[in-house]
Design a protein around this ligand. Structure first.
Ligand code: ADP
Ligand code: MG
Length: 401
């Protein structure tokens, strides 16, 4: 990208391009359209949630030459909704002088756990927060070289893991070879299993001019490796304002060190001894930032639009306490003994009858257990009220609170 193109603001009705048309792409598209932009989405799924709302859906592989060329001829700027987009696709646009945010160098860090941890370790002197202790497994010989203090640990594939997939807990060294086999003997990291007090994530937007805006960190609860709720302000960080400040500073430092442009999420573990470690980074809006859609002046998706269009970033002020509840495909099924059986539409009218509940559905055709179908932002006058509303909405949807 040359200096001239980097200073060019995209004005509506210009076209913006997004790689990936999942729910994150769809919510990005809605925000882009609300600022008057047109959006072209590239996603090989003909039924992608983003494809159905974009002005143009190129239904093709991410490396399809004709689709990339068509997108390049249309769009003034390009972003991605997922970290596994091939770097070549992002670089294709960059070499044609199209503004790409985030850059492929940032995305490639986030899509590879070895690069990601090495980067977090490299940043630690500046960010003040390092990665979880870990070892690298590229070949069978590496198994024996792992330090004893990594056990019990969690074996994770280096690439393509999400929602707890591609991970196996390994209690002791004698379980390691079998676990690595189960993961297909692909490159992995073994992370020490940490004693977590609580989990938080922090999202920042960074503009092309280096302006950084931080959203308030969310406190996250996972179920079976999938995000269940995000609560803001984080109840635990409210009790430890020093930790809150450290997390905000670390996240800005990580974005700056990457020379990042766009929306970046960093997941943190706060350990029972009060220390903080960085778990992973996402080079895009994050599920734990969906609360910003109803509880902040500017949503994370609008920040993504603004950053890629080189418009001024928005205010990240929290307008209300909020608890976000994820709705998985499980909510369509009735528990029958130990099995999930009969599929039926959840009781949306009950959710919609809550004055403080804002329902977002992603328009996915087939609900499957574990599949993210939507979320509800439960607002409240107080944090307690937001959490109570969240518990009530979960009850209405048959989701265990
Ligand atoms: P994903 O890419 O699927 O989000 P994560 O690495 O974030 O994978 O792991 C998912 C969840 O598993 C985390 O949010 C945390 O609850 C738990 N977890 C992951 N790594 C560790 C660890 N080293 N120690 C303790 N818990 C962990
Ligand atoms: Mg994670």
């Amino acid at each position: 990208m040359d200096a001239a193109s980097s200073s060019t603001i995209c004005k509506s009705p210009a076209w913006l391009g997004i790689l990936g048309g999942g729910q994150l792409g769809r919510m990005f598209i809605h925000e882009a359209q609300s600022l008057g932009f047109k959006v072209c989405v590239l996603d090989p799924d003909p039924l992608s949630p983003g494809g159905s709302v974009a002005e143009k859906h190129l239904c093709a592989d991410y490396l399809d030459a004709a689709a990339l060329s068509e997108m390049a001829s249309l769009c003034s700027a390009i972003s991605t909704e997922f970290e596994n987009v091939p770097a070549q696709a992002l670089d294709f646009f960059k070499t044609r002088g199209i503004f790409v945010a985030p850059d492929s160098s940032c995305v490639s860090i986030a899509q590879d756990r070895i690069k990601e941890k090495a980067f977090l370790a490299q940043c630690a002197p500046i960010s003040g927060v390092g990665p979880v202790p870990y070892g690298v497994i590229n070949s069978e010989a590496d198994l024996a070289l792992l330090a004893n203090n990594l056990f019990p640990g969690i074996l994770k594939t280096v690439r393509l893991g999400y929602d707890g997939k591609g991970q196996i807990t390994v209690q002791s060294r004698d379980q390691l070879a079998a676990a690595w086999n189960d993961l297909g003997q692909v490159p992995c990291v073994l992370e020490k299993r940490m004693a977590l007090a609580f989990e938080v994530s922090a999202i920042v937007a960074r503009g092309h001019d280096g302006d950084v805006r931080s959203f308030p960190p969310a406190e996250n609860i996972h179920r079976q490796g999938i995000l269940h709720t995000s609560t803001v302000p984080s109840p635990s960080l409210q009790r430890h304002p020093v930790l809150l400040e450290r997390i905000q500073k670390a996240t800005s430092a990580i974005a700056q060190e990457m020379n990042y442009v766009g929306v970046l999420c960093v997941e943190y573990f706060v350990l029972t001894d009060g220390s903080i470690v960085a778990n992973e980074v996402a080079p895009r809006p994050h599920n734990s930032g969906h609360y910003t859609m109803d509880a902040c002046v500017t949503s994370q998706f609008q920040q993504q639009v603004r950053a890629m269009a080189r418009l001024p970033l928005g205010d990240t002020r929290l307008l209300s306490p909020v608890a976000m509840l994820n709705i998985l495909g499980d909510a369509w099924f009735v528990q029958d003994g130990k099995q999930q059986t009969t599929a039926s539409e959840p009781a949306w009218e009950r959710v919609l009858s809550h004055p403080d509940a804002k329902l977002h559905l992603y328009g996915k055709a087939s609900p499957l257990p574990g599949r993210k179908m939507g979320h509800v932002n439960c607002l409240g006058q107080s944090l307690d009220e937001a959490r109570q509303n969240c518990t009530a909405v979960a009850g209405d949807l048959g989701i265990a609170p």
